[in-house]
Design a protein around this ligand. Structure first.
Ligand code: 6LW
Length: 539
């Protein structure tokens, strides 16, 4: 409408557009619709998708890999699973390429890449076509002549070699559904190294290869190289990286890199990329890596550039009719037949045998799973922490039969790093609430935190993220009280999870903090907890 059009005159894209753990964005336009696909690692649904019609307002569509048929994360290591997805469109079909990284450690990689297609972004999605496992960050390029190409970084396991061997391209036959011919390395990167996340575009007789370099943390950047021929040689932009926050710890948006281009119908270009917002300069990034968008202008000699080559927090939006979405309410009353798109589940899809919205109307019943160490059958239903200060609260009904049944609320990062306010049954039969932390795998409890909650059949529980601090609260029916311990929220960060000591096994953190409902039935005795609702509010 005209009013909507007028309203967009000054429309601003506010970064990050996807807040919280939404890294490695792939952006796609089909007609007037824009989609962002992001990585999900050990969480279901695999590959989250957001939808927009103006690049300003984004609504979650949930995830694509919702079933074990499409993705099996049983046993997946922390920060393994789904890496950098790539969304494209050809022959009237959405094409999604993703890797399921079974493992990676000191140069060994097991990144099996897959392709699935669907006529609609909401599915139904085809069975996965296995591609190759030469490297990760695979992407499809559909050339103007109808040919199709698979790009990926190529990995080397040999100690002492450069593990990132450059960008490989191989023909993919869409009609026959398979790779053909031999892979060719078309770009070995710049001195920044760690060349990955390839995306290819064609414009005015040039092929433009957009890659991420420098590694996905503070040294991250977007590099553009171009060639007249598909196989190269590709010449990097002489002006340097298209985007980076390197050397600018003053910027609110750090780690800028891993970019992907999109154009509007009137040929305005934008770059979707990842960023992180540390709580202090170059400090811990509890919110994980998030998705931002920059405006791109083409230089007179045909290079795509971002103003100052640094990430802006506010970006002029394209002149498109404003298209806001209904704001999702802070409380989920669990009245819907399926879990809302904000929710994720750890290592197993949300199936009714353990995440049930029918057994008790208007409640989420979570059947208990493995201990916190279990990587096959955990029962954790969680949502991303999207702001430094926020509160996540619920009302839980739980009748533990023994100390082996445990349920409550958590601030969670991975198997080794979490805080947990849990209810269980003491040996004397009382129902008690207490706090347990795992920091780098070292578990600890705290003096004076145990509370007798036997009197409360319905127990309020909450976790408060207050910047670098985390606190738990409870409500026995007469108002909120705090558990008397202030915890370190920054252990729920990529930086804390990473461990890179030369000569020792490396560990990486690629995800972000979650707030969630965690139910453990360590003796497999059929224990479950009911949650009346869950509320997430930013403070
Ligand atoms: C992503 C790749 C990367 O696939 O991190 O360091 C991976 N490089 O681009 C996880 O986001």
């Amino acid at each position: 409408t005209d009013t909507a059009r007028a309203a967009t005159g000054a429309a601003i894209i506010r970064n990050p557009v996807l807040r919280g753990f939404y890294p490695d964005p792939s952006i796609l336009r089909v007609g007037d619709d824009y989609y962002l696909a992001t990585s999900t690692f050990e969480w279901y649904p695999g590959v989250t998708v957001h939808h927009s019609r103006d690049l300003v307002h984004w609504r979650p569509l949930g995830g694509i890999l919702t079933e074990q048929r499409l993705l099996d994360l049983r046993g997946a290591g922390d920060s393994c699973g789904v890496w950098a997805p790539d969304l494209s469109y050809a022959d009237g079909l959405f094409h999604l390429v993703y890797s399921d990284v079974a493992s990676f450690s000191n140069g060994y990689w097991d990144p099996q890449n897959y392709l699935i297609t669907a006529p609609d972004i909401a599915g139904p999605w085809s069975d996965p076509i296995p591609l190759h496992a030469h490297g990760f960050d695979a992407a499809l390029f559909h050339d103007d002549d109808g040919s199709c190409w698979l790009l990926a970084m190529s990995a080397d396991w040999r100690p002492g070699r450069e593990r990132f061997r450059g960008i490989e391209i191989q023909r993919y036959d869409r009609a026959r559904g398979r790779l053909v011919g031999d892979p060719v390395t078309i770009f070995t990167g710049t001195a920044a190294g760690y060349t990955e996340a390839p995306h290819l575009y064609r414009r005015d007789g040039w092929y433009y290869l957009v890659t991420a370099e420098g590694g996905t943390s503070w040294e991250h950047q977007v590099t553009v190289a171009r060639s007249r021929a598909l196989f190269g040689p590709y010449e990097p932009d002489p002006a340097g990286p298209m985007l980076s926050s390197v050397g600018r710890p003053d910027l609110p948006l750090q780690k800028a890199g891993h970019g992907c281009l999109v154009s509007t119908p009137d040929d305005r270009w934008y770059l979707a990329h990842l960023v992180a917002r540390p709580y202090s300069p170059l400090g811990k990034c509890v919110l994980g890596r998030e998705t931002a968008i920059q405006a791109v202008r083409w230089s007179a000699d045909g290079w795509p550039r971002v103003d100052g080559a640094v990430p802006a927090a506010e970006v002029p939006a394209p002149e498109l009719p404003a298209h806001p979405w209904p704001v999702s309410p802070p409380t989920d009353d669990f009245d819907a037949p399926v879990l809302a798109p904000v929710w994720s589940t750890l290592r197993r899809p949300a199936t009714p045998d353990w995440v049930n919205l029918h057994e008790r109307p208007s409640h989420l019943r979570v059947h208990g799973g493995q201990s916190p160490a279990g990587r096959q059958r955990p029962s954790l239903v969680a949502r991303r922490v999207a702001a430094a200060r926020c509160v996540f609260e619920t009302v839980m009904e739980f009748r533990p039969a023994s100390h082996r049944q445990v349920a409550g609320v958590t601030g969670y990062y991975n198997v080794d790093n979490w805080h947990f306010a849990y209810v269980t049954r003491a040996d004397d039969g009382r129902r008690v609430l207490d706090v347990l932390t795992s920091d780098g795998g070292r578990r600890r409890c705290y003096p004076g935190t145990e509370v007798d909650v036997s009197s409360a059949d319905r127990l309020g529980l909450r976790v408060v993220f207050d910047g670098p601090e985390l606190r738990f609260g409870y409500d026995l029916g007469d108002g909120w009280r705090e558990l008397p311990v202030t915890l370190d929220a920054t252990i729920l960060s990529d930086e804390h999870a990473a461990r890179v000591v030369p000569g020792e096994p490396e560990a990486w953190g690629f995800t972000g903090a979650f707030a969630g409902l965690w139910v453990q039935d360590i003796g497999a005795d059929g224990g479950y907890a009911d949650f009346d609702h869950a509320t997430y509010r930013e403070l």
